[in-house]
Ligand binder design. Structure first.
Ligand code: BG6
Length: 499
């Protein structure tokens, strides 16, 4: 991983400082960064919101949020909030309208500390990114070493993403802009790069000669909860595929970068996105499937259907599940299907990548060719909930009778192999922002290349596509996903995500 420079005292200004993301993710992650001495000197965290809190109110709110969301997976027992961390917290009331007196209050708070880095973290809806950036500039708060962190969604299509990038780009240089995709901060996601580029044995087989197809699945048991109004304008394709799943695809498919430098990695990822063969017209119906959950049972609890989630406004054709077949049209991957699938309210929670190798050209053992689909060579990389890599092979079943083959996985569990705690994705990414390292953040051209591939799919869906197919909460998703992969006589890998 990139070498991080020593943390320097920084002012971290969080717009949306009382929002869900700040409370559930950012403060718990910052608290852990502090516990591990990642926040230097008198680094301050200045929450900005319209909530009219004073510092004491905010500290109390933050403390209970950290207790409620003790941070990261793998963090072990809840971290008791340290007094040092709470004393770093401040709150400024500011409505981001131009003449709001809050700008002066923020300027007064930052005055006299121009030499230290400033990180403006925009944990707010993207339509106000531009307004905030202009407000910061008008108030004279953007210094040469300032950075701005943008949370997704970055637009809802290519034109809107371009407009947001333009607005932010008027005030900040590209090198100052950190676009977060929190999947890139996940430990196993970074491990993908190490797996591929620090080990020699994979490279010769990592191409269309040896790989039959790739599956990338992000299955969630949660529904949209109280976010239905956001989600109705988004759907699974925009919410998960445009960013998280395509980023995973990039890491699997990219060429080896010349270095682990900030631009070298991103240059290779963007080439993958540019090589995605566009899906147009009838291909969209043939290569995509979408669904929407109805009422059902998840983990033993009755849950409502999407249309009955709070915050909804009547009927909606928003997809809560999507499966699609992509192709990276280049020499390494031409002809290899990449199947992507994600959905909410599925039977199991889990994110995994399956690299399925081709069958042997000629079976010599009795029984070997009986059911090749059930026991292919494949590498299953689990990103969550547990972090494991399983290499599925065939072995001889012990016994003196007739020779029998059985699947036998080689198993690597990160939790069992390494004693160290896995940092939470946000913890890792915040540390990278503080160190000024953008390698694991999305560059403008990456975000826009991803939209360029997604937009035509949405266009066809909106114009003529069939409505999302209903699937009961707690199931494996709509039957259309099986038909999609079944068209090429393949099946989804369900061993760890049972139907
Ligand atoms: C977010 C999406 O980006 O990622 C959510 O907006 C989704 O809808 C979440 O639930 C999934 O993240 P994770 O880390 O739980 O897989």
């Amino acid at each position: 991983m990139p070498q991080l420079s020593e943390p320097q005292p920084t002012d971290i200004i969080v717009f949306g400082g009382t929002g869900d993301l700040a409370m559930r993710k950012l403060l718990p992650a910052l608290n852990l960064c502090d516990r591990d001495n990642g926040l230097a000197g008198d680094t301050r965290i200045i929450a900005v919101s319209r909530d009219g809190l004073d510092d004491a109110d905010y500290r109390a709110k933050a403390e209970s949020a950290i207790r409620e969301h003790p941070a990261s997976r793998g963090a072990g027992t809840p971290v008791p909030t340290q007094g040092r961390f709470l004393s770093r917290l401040h709150h400024i009331s500011l409505d981001v309208g131009e003449d709001d007196p809050g700008w002066e209050a923020l300027a007064a708070m930052l005055a006299g500390r121009e030499e230290r880095s400033r990180v403006f973290y925009l944990a707010v809806p993207p339509m106000i990114f531009g307004r905030i950036c202009r407000g910061l500039s008008t108030a004279g708060l953007v210094t040469g070493t300032s950075r701005v962190v943008l949370e997704k969604p970055l637009g809802r299509d290519l034109p809107s993403a371009g407009a947001i990038n333009d607005e932010v780009g008027e005030i900040f240089d590209e090198a100052q802009i950190f676009r977060i995709d929190h999947y890139l901060g996940k430990e196993t996601v970074q491990n993908l790069l190490v797996l591929r580029f620090a080990n020699m044995f994979l490279e010769p087989v990592w191409n269309s000669r040896w790989v039959d197809h790739v599956q990338i699945t992000a299955a969630e048991t949660v529904g949209v909860g109280g976010r239905r109004d956001y989600y109705d304008g988004s759907g699974a394709l925009r919410d998960m595929v445009q960013n998280h799943l395509l980023q995973l695809l990039c890491l699997i498919a990219m060429e080896p970068p010349a270095s682990f430098g900030r631009e070298a990695v991103r240059d290779e990822k963007v080439k993958v996105l540019q090589a995605l063969r566009p899906l147009r017209g009838n291909e969209v119906a043939a290569r995509t499937a979408r669904g929407q959950y109805t009422a059902g049972r998840v983990d033993g609890t009755e849950v409502p259907g999407y249309l009955d989630e709070p915050g909804g406004n009547g009927p909606s054709s928003t997809e809560t599940f999507v499966a699609l077949q992509a192709e990276v049209a280049n020499w390494r991957w031409g002809g290899v299907p990449f199947y992507l699938r994600t959905g909410k309210r599925l039977a199991r929670h889990g994110t995994e990548i399956v690299v399925r190798f081709r069958d042997v050209p000629h079976p010599i053992f009795p029984g070997q060719s009986v059911d090749p689909v059930s026991a292919p060579n494949q590498m299953v990389i689990r990103l969550q909930p547990e972090e494991t890599i399983h290499l599925h092979m065939l072995a001889k079943k012990p016994g003196a009778g007739e020779l029998e083959l059985r699947p036998a996985p080689l198993q690597l569990s990160f939790a069992e192999t390494f004693a160290e705690r896995s940092p939470d994705a946000y913890e890792r990414l915040i540390m990278d922002v503080l160190a000024g390292n953008p390698t694991l953040f999305m560059r403008r051209d990456e975000v826009e290349a991803a939209w360029r591939w997604i937009d035509p799919i949405i266009g066809v869906w909106d114009a003529s596509g069939p409505a999302p197919e209903p699937y009961p909460a707690g199931s494996a998703g709509p039957a259309g996903a099986d038909s999609l992969i079944g068209r090429t006589s393949r099946t989804w890998h369900e061993e760890e995500l049972p139907r």
